[in-house]
Design a protein. Structure first.
Length: 202
């Protein structure tokens, strides 16, 4: 078959076009799968537990591929709270990956965990390029991204926001150009009632 294609340039062009079409189909399939995972209604399986081991596990996994990024920890004792382990792990990893990209794979991430009167608060701070103030209100919107759309659909922080809302918690951001970005995850101490969300299954 290869011999025939080598002897017929038009056939080689056809093969290249078919390969490109196959790549496009695979890309579309991946996009649909990601959209379905991030936009569908989130179902929680919360349990009362301590957030510290989950955070530490997420940091250890991240550090395996962190390259020239240093992760510094500042953990205070915190009480157990109700949360879904798998969803919170994905939220933490998403924020860490965003921080890594913002620093181009080199810099420092400070992670702190503390207790307030009503909440447990996880803060993830990077030394990246920061976000202009006019974009801060957009970063949690679906399909918003400053990255290459071929590699990122802009659903990661939208997913994070939905997960925190389902926990009756919140997520917020502080950032400025040249000053890095801080993401705060707030979880309430009392058991949250589940939030009913509209099913957006595709």
């Amino acid at each position: 078959m290869k011999k025939i294609l080598q002897d017929h340039p038009a056939d080689r062009e056809l093969e290249e076009m078919l390969d490109m079409a196959a790549d496009s189909v695979r890309r579309i399939q991946m996009m649909v799968a990601e959209i379905y995972e991030k936009v569908r209604a989130i179902k929680l399986n919360p349990a009362k537990q301590n957030l510290l081991p989950v955070v530490e596990q997420g940091l250890l996994e991240f550090e395996k591929t962190a390259g020239n990024i240093t992760v510094e920890r500042s953990f205070s004792p915190v009480p157990d709270v109700y949360f879904d382990t798998e969803h919170l792990k994905k939220v933490i990893r998403n924020i860490l990956d965003n921080a890594s990209e913002a620093m181009n794979g080199s810099g420092k991430i400070n992670v702190s965990l503390k207790e307030t009167n009503n909440e447990v608060v996880l803060k993830i701070e990077d030394t990246g390029k920061g976000i202009p103030i006019e974009f801060l209100s957009l970063i949690f919107e679906p399909f918003y991204s400053t990255k290459n759309w071929r590699k990122n659909l802009g659903l990661g922080l939208y997913y994070c926001k939905n997960v925190m809302m389902q926990h009756k918690g919140s997520i917020r951001v502080e950032s400025a150009p040249g000053q890095g970005t801080s993401i705060y995850l707030h979880l309430k101490k009392e058991q949250p009632q589940p939030v009913r969300s509209q099913d957006r299954s595709l």
